[in-house]
Design a protein around this ligand. Structure first.
Ligand SMILES: Cc1ncc(COP(=O)(O)O)c(C=O)c1O
Length: 382
């Protein structure tokens, strides 16, 4: 193949060389169990402690408030189920959005089937939560609200701080969980200052290893564990710690940009996204589904009349890898997320997601656009 361009970084990323080195090093040299009392075990425990501190510092929280999990899916499940189990006598009402990742959406479906009252907040066509509707949904019975920070298909950024303040003002006893998997390292958050109680992250979305993630649990938030055993991770997630994964995650976090309220997105990535956004706008057949001010790594667009999957494979044949919608959902009816935003069926069925990382060049994006135009012209013939 002439050229290969990977534009599916919201699905997963290539590990950084530092990450691979740290994983290999831990596998080869720090393989003792961190719970073992000998010196060798202590070496692994040191990695655990140091990594937890680096990740907590990046999140702006205390090391004690971060536990390691197997990834975003587990963090989301532990946060949401953990609250429903621990606070079931306080209230039976839960709130979420219709555009959550399946690891949240499917869990809320299960909870509804188990008798919980689940309300879904309205979103606009760009996937932004209707804040007034959210305020109206919160009652004394609401024990948990779960709304992601960045949507994985559209890249929509929610005003997480504002959402947190609305929740706490209406019901200070209600907990707020944020799926931060696509936001972590891409958009600013300040968990130490914002009234967010639980925040999920995942290693493989930030050029770290797969199968490792973390959950921030604000002090004073009780969770009932999902996994019982040796009591690791403050009794919340038993099982021998994944030291190689944790060391790799630490290295990936070290490479994340330092964001602030003023510099609130990854600037390099934002420039690339803007470049691509402008090029896509010039294609007559394309309609962009993502908000202009979205997360710096995701652009979703549709080519009404051309099935997303057909274009995906056409581009694949030219060495370009993108997604139809979320890599982990079947999209027989088009995209669940785009449907939930009230966009047309034609737009939903033809939706494509391009997701960037810092190694993509403008030249790569020019090549992508050139190839996309060629494939549109070719597929229009049928
Ligand atoms: C928004 C969001 N949440 C959760 C997950 C699940 O993370 P993991 O693959 O680490 O389980 C993903 C992955 O696609 C995601 O994009």
């Amino acid at each position: 193949m002439e050229r290969e361009i990977y534009l599916d970084n919201a699905a997963t990323t290539k590990a950084l060389p530092e990450v691979t080195a740290a994983v290999v090093d831990a596998l080869e040299k720090s393989y003792a169990n961190p719970s073992s009392l000998h010196r060798f075990g202590l070496k692994s425990e040191k990695i655990l402690k140091k990594s937890r501190k680096i990740i907590a510092d990046y999140l702006g929280v205390k090391a004690k408030e971060v536990i390691f999990t197997s990834g975003g899916t587990e963090s989301n499940n532990l946060a949401i189920r953990g609250i429903t189990k621990a606070y079931k006598n306080r209230g039976r009402h839960l709130i979420t959005s219709p555009i959550e990742h399946s690891s949240v959406a499917e869990l809320f479906n299960a909870l509804e089937n188990e008798g919980w009252q689940v309300d879904t907040v309205n979103v606009d066509q760009g996937g932004h939560v209707d804040l007034e509707h959210l305020r109206n949904l919160i009652t004394e019975e609401t024990i948990l609200v779960s709304i992601m920070q960045v949507n994985n298909e559209l890249g929509t950024i929610q005003p997480t701080k504002k959402i947190a303040e609305i929740i706490k003002k209406k019901n200070p006893l209600s907990f707020f969980h944020v799926d931060g998997v696509q936001a972590f390292g891409k958009t600013y958050s300040n968990l130490g200052q914002w009234p967010v109680d639980l925040y999920s992250i995942s290693g493989h979305k930030i050029q770290g290893p797969k199968g490792i993630g973390a959950l921030y649990i604000k002090k004073g938030t009780n969770l009932t564990p999902l996994i019982y055993g040796g009591g690791q991770e403050s009794n919340l997630r038993s099982g021998t710690e994944n030291i190689p994964g944790i060391a790799g995650l630490r290295e990936a976090v070290k490479k994340l940009p330092q964001l602030s309220a003023a510099e609130n997105t990854d600037k390099d990535l934002s420039k690339k996204r803007e470049y691509l956004f402008n090029l896509l706008q010039e294609i007559e057949e394309a309609v962009i589904n993502s908000p202009a001010a979205g997360a710096p790594h995701i652009i979703n667009f549709s080519l009404p009349g051309i099935k997303g999957e057909t274009m995906l494979h056409a581009l694949e044949s030219q060495g370009i890898y993108i997604s139809t919608s979320s890599a982990c959902s079947s999209d027989k009816q088009g995209s669940r997320i785009i449907n939930a935003c009230g966009l047309s069926q034609k737009r939903s069925e033809s939706a494509l997601r391009v997701s960037l990382n810092n190694t993509i060049t403008n030249d790569d994006l020019d090549y992508f656009i050139k190839t996309l135009k060629e494939q549109i012209d070719f597929l229009k013939l049928f």
